[in-house]
Structure formats: structure tokens, C-alpha cells
Design a binder for this molecule. Sequence first.
Ligand SMILES: Cc1ncc(C[n+]2csc(CCOP(=O)(O)OP(=O)(O)O)c2C)c(N)n1
Ligand code: SF4
Ligand SMILES: [Mg+2]
Length: 310
Amino acid sequence: MDSEDTQRASRSERVRRQELHLDGRDDLAARAERHPMDEMLREDRLPHIWCPGCGLGVTLTCFISALQKSGLDLDKVCVVSGIGCTGRVAGYIKLDSFHTTHGRAIPFATGLKLANPDLTVVVYSGDGDLVTIGGNHFIHAARRNVDITVICVNNFNYGMTGGQAGATTPVNARTTTTPYGNFEYPFNVSSLAAASGAVYVARYTALHVRRLEQAMVEALLKPGFSFVEVISPCPTGYGRFQQQQSGLETMRYYRDRGRLRSEADVHQAGIVLGGDIIEGKFVDLERDTFGQAQESGLKRAFDKPGRDGR
Ligand SMILES: Cc1ncc(C[n+]2csc(CCOP(=O)(O)OP(=O)(O)O)c2C)c(N)n1
Ligand code: SF4
Ligand SMILES: [Mg+2]
């Protein structure tokens, strides 16, 4: 190499290091500090509050990957959550996002979508938030087929506030508020979504990440009320009372008892303590969204002969 070549090579190496912000640092160490998903996270909010072994980080990774694969314009994607450990997703993700009051993510999201139909609106929240305190909003948004995507992380308890039982806690499960086992029958959340009118319903565990990610992509692109239930470990609030001290033990349980059955009747796929977890895409159908029904209804009314819209 002559001296001109050497100079050119060292100049281009200098430019490369500047572009990668590697100046003065060991390349490998600097790269190890970055992650391909970093640009989708609000670093000023980190470190996160999630416990070791919690499944929420896995679900967020799947979601970010699904957003990137969906081809959606991320400037037009909004994430709305209620309160709870799952609700923190709205704070950690670097998109237009809203951390709303407990149980009220769906009405907030509905307002966003109606005010600006160009947006893709995603609700990302916990089981307690969506179907216990927020259950009424959930069923009515599905009934109306509001064009939003709802991702429900179901860990069978109110994780953030100390592991209380809620409307998803299986019969006999011990929690801080059911020390003798739960006496109530829970909602099968996917069945509730389907029965209420959701046009897309899928359920996967946090172990089955490829399928989960694919379901999230499909839900994001589906017009109407699309719903993904993610079964996720909460070792701190729930698992430790069911002899699953760590998130890893719960993941092993998902490996052993997860059953892929997309053809299953979702209404028969309830989750029973210690039983199989039926997973799959249960519903994928077409129906006018709330926005479309409103538009065609108004058109019908206003286009009638003799009517001028007043
Ligand atoms: C109106 C109201 N009631 C109760 C609470 C207390 N609270 C905060 S988070 C939470 C539990 C959330 O559970 P879930 O939605 O399942 O989320 P997780 O923490 O399990 O992810 C509760 C009861 C609150 N913040 N506001
Ligand atoms: S309490 Fe449960 S859901 Fe909340 S961060 Fe800890 S493990 Fe996760
Ligand atoms: Mg929960």
C-alpha cells in the first residue's frame, strides 16, 4: 500500500468511527451497548421497573419487532395503556404514547381514533386493566368494532399492586387476596373478545415469540377491533403462589402445556390452573368497522330524496 492509499484508508476509518460514535472507544464494547431496538425505546425512562423473570420485556420485544415488520408509518402509530406493570410499555416505547387512568385505555384510544382516523391506535395493557376494571369498555369497543388493536398481557393477577386476584385469576389459584384458592370463575379473555364482536382474536404465550410477533403484525394491519392475548409470567405477583418461583419455571410450563390449536373453539379454550394452554389464531373475519358503519349510515340518511341533511 502506498502512502496515498494508507492516508485514504485511515481517513475512511476515521469517518466510519465518527459515524458510529466509536471515537476513543473499543469497537466491540461500544457496539455491545447498543441494540437494534434501542431507537424504539425512551432511554431516559430506563432502567425499567420490571422484576427479573417477568415476561413483559419479551412481549415488548415482540411488539417492537412486529411494528418494524408491519411496514406501518411509525409516525402515525399511537400506543395507549392504562395503569399497571404492563401499562409501563406506553412510557418505555418511543412513539406517541399515552399512559392513561386505570381501566380507561380503551375509551381514550377510541377518542384518538375517531378524532384522527389516519392513526393506527394500539392499546397495550394488563388483564386487570382491560377486563376487570375496564371490562365494560372492552366489550363495547369490540361490539362496535372500533378500529383499534388491543394487546392484553394476561398474567392472571393485578401484578403491580401486590398480586391480588382479578377477573382472570383461575379457580383455585392462590393469590394475596385468595389465600385459600380463588372461588370465582374467571373470564376466558379471548372468548370474551370473540363473543363481543372482535374481528381478530389470537392467544400466544410469551414463550412462543415468533407466533406472537406474527399475530401482532396481523392484528396491527387488521381493520376493526383486533385482539391479541399474551399469556405472560409474573413470578412476583402470581407464579410464586403456584409453585413457579421463577419466570423460567413458568416458561417451562408454557413449553410443556402450550398447545397450538388454531382450529379450537375459543369458547372452550378457557385457562384452568395446571391445565393446557390452548394457543392460536381463533378469529379472523371481516365486518364493517365503526368508522365505516358510521360513514355508510350517514350517507344513507343524507342521500335520501327530500333530505338535505338537516
Ligand atoms: C381506579 C384505580 N383503581 C386501582 C388502582 C390501583 N392499581 C394500579 S395498577 C393495578 C393493577 C393492574 O393490574 P393489571 O392491569 O393486570 O396489570 P399488571 O400490573 O398485572 O401488568 C391497580 C389495581 C388505580 N391505579 N386506579
Ligand atoms: S409484579 Fe409481575 S408483572 Fe409486575 S413487573 Fe413484577 S413480575 Fe412483572
Ligand atoms: Mg395483570
